[in-house]
Structure formats: C-alpha cells, structure tokens
Design a protein around this ligand. Sequence first.
Ligand SMILES: *Cc1c(COP(=O)(O)O)cnc(C)c1O
Length: 385
Amino acid sequence: MSLKKNSLLIHGGIDGDETTGAVNVPVYQTSTYKQDGLGKDRGWEYSRTGNPTRAALEKLIADLEEGDYGLAFASGLAAINTVLSLFQSGDKLIVSDNIYGGTFRILDNVFNNFGITYEIVDTSDASQIEAAIDENVKAIYVESPANPLLTVTDIAQVAKIAHANDKLLIVDNTFLTPYLQRPLTLGADIVIHSGTKYLGGHSDTISGFVVVKDKALSERLYYLQNAIGGVLAPWDSFLIIRGIKTLGVRMDRHVENAEKIARWLVDSGYVSKVYYPGLETDPGYEIQKRQADGPGAMISFLLDEQYDYKKFFETLKVITLAESLGGVESLVCHPASMTHAAIPAEIRKEVGIADELIRLSVGIEDVEDLIADLEQAILDSKKAK
Ligand SMILES: *Cc1c(COP(=O)(O)O)cnc(C)c1O
C-alpha cells in the first residue's frame, strides 16, 4: 500500500522489529556480528559496513525522498565528503553562490588540494550555469532555498541543463526536508541532507544523509561510505528515526510561524530587507510554490540602520543566539561571523552576504512570544543619536 507523506514519516523505512515485534526499531549497539561459518554471515558483518538500526533509517530517508537508496552519515559534512569523493583530480563542480559555509570550506580547502575545483555562480540564473559548463565540469551543486539568503533555484530547469550536458545535479535539501521538497522527483541525481537540522529536529544529534535513485551511483556511494567510514552510530540513528516521526507536525508549525514573522518584519518598519521565499514579493516565490509544498522556516533580514545589530543579538530573551537551525527552539545567528565565517570576506561581499545580515531559524514556540521578543530586542538596540 502506498502511503501519503505523514504516514510515511511514521511507517516508512523498516517499521518495527521482525524478531520481537517491538514497535520501534531497536538500537543494535554492536560493532560486529557472529558468523556461522566461513562466508556464512547473516547479512551483517561489521557496523561500519551495515547496522540494522542505521539500515532502517537509510530505508526511511530513501522512502521520504522518493529515492531508492539512502545512506546515513555521522554529519552533513561526512555526507558531503562522501559525495565529493565521487570526483577525481581535474574534475570541476559548479556551485551555488549561496551555500553553507562548511560546504564552501571543504571544497575550497580540502578537495581543492586534490585537484577538484569549483566555480561559484548564481544558480537561480540558468544562463550563468550554461556559461560555466565545460568538459571538466562533472556536477552542479545547489541549495534551494540557499543558505543564508534563501535564494530559490529552479531545480527542474537546472536538472534539464545538467542532463543535456551529461552532468550530475546534486541538491542539498536541508532547509526544506522531504516533507516540503523532493528534489529527485524534480530531476536531481543526488540529494544531500544535514539531518542535524529539521530531520532530527531537537538540536541533540549531528547526522547527514545521501539519497539517490540510480543503482550504479548507489553502489559507488555505498562503497565510498564504507571506505571512508563516516557512518551514523546506532544510537544516533535511533534518535533521528524518532525525530522524523514528528517532522510533519513540526514543519507545519515552523512554516506557519515563519510566515507570520516574515509578514510582521516587513510591516514593522524596523527592517530594511527581508529574505523569505514565502513572501509574494520575493523573487523566488513563484518557483518555490511550484517545486515545493511550502517555503520553509528560515528567514534572513537586515535591520534598519538606526538599530545596532550586535546589540540586538545580546538582547533577545527567548530566541537563542547559536549556530545551527531546524530545531523546535528558535535560533538566531550572524552568518558573517558564524555559519559563513569560512567564506572569505570579499567573496561574502560579492555574493551579497552583508556583515549586518541576521538569520533566523523560526521554532515552534507560540509565535506571539517570538514576535514580542524580536520587537523588544530591536527597540532596545536603537542607536543613541
Ligand atoms: C548544517 C548544514 C550542513 C552541514 O551539516 P552538519 O550536520 O553540520 O555537518 C550542510 N548543509 C546545510 C544547508 C546545512 O545547514
């Protein structure tokens, strides 16, 4: 029976435990497995290679993304590391100008050392992608909406360009999760997640995922996962399975709160700019509506110049100043010195990440409390004349 998405969150993947009937997948906290004779294992050999708790989660994320193969990693960056290991010296990637700072760092300072290069373009502009494609380019790597300016890329359009030129399309789907957007159904070849964010949802576990449909690609990725070894531990796999069960109700509330806060910010007169693809005035609004089931709950904004953004961060009482996003609690961050500090200042400036930019991960608290907190902190941060 094919299930709708809220049911899949709870019954997708490997549901329960065959052996005991336990409703939840048990935590198989073991590094190795007894073999009944030489070459006679029971399907499990060693927990870097495979673990039943992790396997249940890997099947679940594949089901949710409408893919065929899922892989779970110890972090989003361990997932990204494994995907980038598909490439070799001389290969080049086209990368969104708005990407997570750590993704930029691993490209710029790790894979670059092995001769894998990258070119940054605005992937929301198809002509820039087409202009950057040459025979060395092996893949296009996008985030949509992108971090931190929430730029929306037309995934189906970029997939067409990628495939017409025999390139892979890789999409980091962390900001929307499969509950709101399923890039494989739009033509992407590889989906990446930081499961640390909405999938886990409680700011208590670091994790990452890769999902694909193509069998040959999946075999190479499983090979790399085992060869590199950045796998997700059994207990952490259990925590992410538990988090995913409530993803739907959480995302609905996250988005409802974010839409209210974005409108409030626009109407407040306290800000000079709001970046949120759920606003009709946002350049990505139409594409986002077409390719996703909601705009997500990440908002970036610039305070009007009469307010001191540094003071604003210190005066918030409910919203916490911290790296990360996607947890039940609202978090605020300063991309230039936190999540995107790994990107050199001149590149940040080029791609429009202002030093004054504030990024808000809207949680599932009562939205009135969040708005009241934002307002008192903004008013308190007014510069002296
Ligand atoms: C956090 C994040 C990552 C990295 O994931 P970790 O789990 O922190 O390693 C990658 N991409 C995006 C969009 C992120 O927000």
